[in-house]
Design a binder for this molecule. Structure first.
Ligand SMILES: CC(=O)N[C@H](C=O)[C@@H](O)[C@H](O)[C@H](O)COP(=O)(O)O
Length: 508
């Protein structure tokens, strides 16, 4: 064969776990054929006997090796010249051997010479760039990263992509090999300059692959069980009231409501909650805060000081951890609610946007099974191009509805305006219709920005009969493929509490 025969190819190493149930010629040949059927270009086979067996079954290029555990040398892969010759005779097209700088029975030059004398190509299994330099000087046709991570020290988990890139500066004939366990890692090896890529364990060592999955499952099930059994103290600090609840497995088992002493500030809010929940102290293991405003890395700031005056960058998670004596996390309430609805409420899988229309407007975004944090979802703050006012916070929310009613000469809160609209009062219908139109327009825009699978509407307003229906009505002329899929929230005012309790359990 020519070197070009394996260019840009996948080489599957068919080396069963020694003495395992798959360590038989028929299985090695079966793996080899299956790999070639699925697009592999070449094979890497261990032992003279298996090279012979596979050679008689397939025509594809074979890289042959012999593995030996020697008492006087750490070199395992094709240590002897006689091994190299026997592999060539059995039908290997390439003979690979250990090319590390360690105590060895045969020199790299001798091995290269023997392989070439048989008219075959020589592959040097290297552990470092220095190994590759020496092997190339000795006439090796290919250098492989095979032994990187196997000449002492703990065995790494990831492939040595840097070594591939470094070797590529010496020669184009770099074979990437060792711990390539996913198609993504194989592609990374290609990007680093690999001439061909060897994958072994991830395809042909059933025991290894099974144990990777088994361990991951055991860990995930263990964690899920642990979390479902844990009780979390979840606290939602809002502009007017604070709710504290004990939450277990997505369900509230106890709750209390206290007014938020707005003027007193966060230290005193926390102290009040700690005081009111003191009798629960032994019942929870973690604490989660869902709060109005902006939370970044556990630090809390006001986005709309009219809702609640929070000092800039207040270290909420840290203070709470100290005060409650349990690990605490903090998140924006609507972002936490988005997670709650996604996992335990209206969500039906896929990406979800949660929009809460209440006194103000907030939101949260769940993408790829994770809630976004920071500024993401603060829809209430969106501005139109030429407006100083927000079309949402200022002209859609409950606060705006009540203000509009007053302008029209009616002193009424949002709930009363809805009731009047339901009774057919034209002034009330006009206000509600404007609010639903703006909310519907926001959902249409969100659809174009994020293309979520569903937009869940929550907050006080959604409780008003017909609000979501009216939003849908405003959207009815949109082509179906552009239209947002609107759903009513299911967890009500507890979505944030349930969401943050679940996230608090993820902490470790
Ligand atoms: C270090 C050593 O002895 N490597 C051996 C070389 O042939 C094999 O045990 C590996 O399976 C082969 O290199 C492929 O690597 P992976 O199985 O990680 O895809």
């Amino acid at each position: 064969m020519q070197r070009e025969d394996i260019r840009n190819g996948l080489i599957v190493s068919c080396q069963p776990v020694p003495a395992g149930p798959m360590d038989k010629a028929e299985f090695v040949t079966g793996f080899a054929k299956a790999a070639l059927d699925a697009g592999a270009r070449a094979l890497r086979i261990e032992s003279v006997a298996y090279v012979g067996a596979v050679r008689s079954a397939v025509a594809a290029p074979i890289i042959g090796i012999v593995k030996r555990d020697l008492s006087d040398s750490p070199v395992r892969i094709t240590p002897y010249v006689s091994d190299a010759e026997a592999l060539a005779d059995a039908g290997a097209d390439v003979v690979a051997f250990d090319a590390t700088d360690r105590m060895r029975p045969a020199g790299v030059e001798d091995l290269v010479r023997a392989v070439k004398a048989k008219g075959k190509l020589a592959m040097a299994d290297c552990s470092s760039l220095k190994d590759a330099e020496r092997a190339l000087a000795a006439g090796a046709d290919f250098v492989g990263t095979t032994l990187s991570g196997y000449v002492g020290g703990p065995e790494p988990v990831d492939p040595d992509i840097d070594l591939i890139a470094a070797m590529r500066k010496l020669t184009p004939y770099v074979i990437a090999e060792g711990r390539i366990r996913s198609p993504e890692q194989a592609a990374a090896a290609v990007r680093a300059g690999a001439y061909a890529v060897v994958v072994g364990s991830a395809i042909t060592r059933t025991e290894h692959v099974t144990s990777w999955f088994h361990e991951a499952l055991a860990k995930a099930y263990g964690k899920a069980e642990e979390r479902a059994a844990e009780t979390v103290l979840a606290i939602d600090i809002g502009g007017t009231k604070t709710m504290a609840a004990l939450v277990k497995g997505g369900a509230i088992i106890d709750e209390i409501l206290v007014p938020t002493a707005r003027a007193a500030g966060p230290d005193s809010w926390l102290a009040a909650i700690a005081d009111k929940t003191g009798h629960w102290r032994d019942r929870y293991v973690r604490v989660g805060f869902a709060v109005t405003g902006l939370v970044q890395d556990g630090r809390w700031s006001a986005l709309n000081p009219a809702t609640l005056g929070i000092p800039d960058d207040y270290p909420l998670a840290e203070r709470a951890t100290r005060l409650f004596g349990k690990p605490a996390i903090a998140m924006n309430d609507a972002q936490a609610a988005a997670w709650g609805e996604s996992k335990f409420g209206a969500g039906s899988g896929g990406n979800l946007v949660f929009l809460t229309i209440s006194t103000g407007i907030g939101g949260g975004i769940v993408i790829d099974g994770r809630p976004l944090s920071g500024l993401a979802g603060h829809f209430g703050l969106i501005r139109g191009p030429s407006q100083g006012r927000s079309p949402l916070e200022d002209e859609t929310s409950g606060r705006w509805i009540a203000a509009e009613a007053l302008k029209a000469g009616h002193e009424a809160n949002a709930a009363e305006v809805f009731e009047k609209a339901r009774q057919g009062e034209p002034w009330a219908r006009a206000i509600v219709s404007q609010s639903t139109l703006r909310a519907a327009t926001l959902c249409r825009d969100i659809q174009l920005m994020l293309d979520p699978d569903q937009i869940v509407i929550g907050g006080g307003i959604e409780l008003a009969a017909g609000y979501i229906d009216e939003m849908r009505d405003h959207l009815k002329d949109i082509a179906p493929r552009l239209a947002p899929h609107l759903l009513a929230a299911k967890l009500g005012s507890r979505a944030g509490i349930i969401g943050v309790a679940d996230l608090a359990g993820e902490g470790g």
